[in-house]
Design a protein. Sequence first.
Length: 184
Amino acid sequence: MKRNRCLTHLRALALLAACTVLATACVTNTDAPADLIPDATAAEDSAPLGGEALAQRKEEMRRARADIIHFDATLYSLNHRRDRNGRSLFAKFLDAYLGLHVDPLLGSEWQSRHPELSALDANLRFAKAELLIELGMPRRAQHVMDQIEERFQGREEMLVDYPFGEQHSLREGLEMLRDRKWRG
């Protein structure tokens, strides 16, 4: 009796294994191997956008700037309360956020010249520089300020939202950032 029960279980397992093998044998992978899929080219990254893609880029830049303003306020609060542990953890998050979300948005040069995106681009760069100063990273902030000077050369009278909640010319904003960089 025990032997018949064991044989029945073995037959059921063998049948289950055979069905599994047959089911997976029919599965095909239609994806191309990763090494055959080309990476995005520099031309694709620097191509000006239009229509829905342009609207999406605007929204991403607005959202990133709003995030940075909120992060800056949080960082200011952590510094004011002298919460070193919270500040350290938050600084790691901010560094990752800038690298993953903000830097790709600011990587293309065309948007600094695009009539609909240039002000957003400048404001996002000012917000990033302010956050880097608040993080105690003056060298990285100086790099962002150099980019602002280079990309917006000849447009120094363009209005930017810096300091947050105020409007000044790009030239005045850069002067305020430089003063702020050394005051910390």
